[in-house]
Ligand binder design. Structure first.
Ligand code: XMP
Length: 326
């Protein structure tokens, strides 16, 4: 629309004025905000921008490929991908406590990003202009929440790259500071980003790591990724994506129950469907999904994911339940 075109043009001008001929770095998380912020900066200053994507192995099915292929195709962004899956899984080995998982994932993310940023900085310095700016996908509600200050990032999750050492102190570029989430999505569409990326549900920085109740392992991630992909596919097919806020699928890795399939007894794990409706994630109600959609999701998951023999529905509002299980 006309308004979105205006917003894009205005931001592109501002970014150009701010950045000049310096270099910029942007951490892509796979989420909407960093993707749109990065795309705006790319539109403004082209190859002065380097995007860094840390693949921590905790993303959902297809999401890493979306960043590596579709995002690059849509924006032309120069992208450095760091495959850090082993490192994250090693660090998470034996850990079940939710807060410990969050801390470990956050800590590893900063370390990996720091190293990647150093390489980008060194390479840029050798070839000319220094890297001086870091893109942040800060939205208007974040600005208001943090008192409207400028220059310092509001650190909501580890994907807002706080905690970098002083010698990697960047000036922040925050092209989404005046926008609400729905405007960010429309700007993303205007910039030609893939719809699956633009309309993606909120997804926690620690990813599937906090949707496995119990220790995070490669096998469990694989199981959860399949179950989650089926749920997302069926919700999309039913046209429900924009009605619900998000629908975590949670693997109860420490629980087994008896089932029967064909002639055989099974002893598998349950997954929990946690569909919620919400305005801002501060409070939420469980979504009254149509029974047919629930039935299809349940049938498909138990048929297609061998390790799962039971699908249960979470009917708890927030409060008292949080949206995520961890
Ligand atoms: P809860 O579970 O607290 O979730 O009701 C509220 C919203 O925040 C998301 N969430 C997170 N996002 N890092 C994030 O970036 C986190 O550690 C985290 N934990 C929860 C959650 O998906 C929901 O949208």
């Amino acid at each position: 629309t006309w308004t979105m075109v205006n917003i894009v043009d205005e931001q592109v001008e501002r970014i150009r004025a701010e950045v000049g001929s310096k270099r910029v770095i942007c951490a892509l998380s796979g989420g909407v905000d960093s993707a749109v912020a990065g795309a705006l900066v790319q539109r403004a200053v082209g190859d002065q921008l380097t995007c860094v994507f840390v693949d921590h192995g905790l993303l959902r099915k297809g999401e890493a490929e979306q960043v590596e292929k579709d995002y690059v195709a849509a924006t032309g962004a120069r992208l450095v991908v760091v495959d850090a899956q082993d490192r994250f899984l090693d660090a998470l080995a034996g850990v079940s406590d939710p807060e410990d998982k969050r801390k470990i994932i956050g800590r590893e993310f900063i370390r990996v990003f720091e190293q990647a940023a150093r390489e980008v900085v060194a390479e840029a310095g050798a070839g000319g202009e220094e890297v001086e700016f870091l893109v942040q996908g800060t939205l208007y509600p974040d600005v208001v929440e943090s008192g409207g200050g400028t220059g310092t990032a509001n650190i909501k999750s580890h994907h807002n790259v706080g905690g970098l050492p002083d010698d990697l102190a960047f000036t922040l570029v925050e092209p989404l500071r005046e926008l609400f989430k729905d405007e960010v999505r429309r700007v993303g569409e205007e910039l030609g980003l893939p719809p699956e990326m633009v309309w993606r549900q909120p997804f926690p920085g620690p990813g599937l790591g906090i949707r496995i109740v119990g220790e995070v392992t490669r096998d469990r991630l694989e199981v959860l990724r399949e179950a989650d992909a089926i749920a997302r596919e069926e919700l999309t097919r039913a046209g429900l994506d924009r009605d619900i806020w998000q629908c975590p699928v949670v693997l109860l890795a420490g629980v087994r129950s008896v089932g029967v399939q064909g002639d055989g007894r099974t002893y598998g794990h349950p997954v929990v469907l946690r569909p919620v409706s919400s305005e801002d994630a501060m409070t939420a109600d469980w979504s009254r999904l149509p029974y047919e959609v629930l039935a299809t999701i349940s049938n498909r998951i138990t048929n297609e994911v061998r390790e799962i023999n039971r699908v249960v529905l979470d009917v708890t509002s927030k409060p008292p339940g949080t949206i995520e299980w961890e």
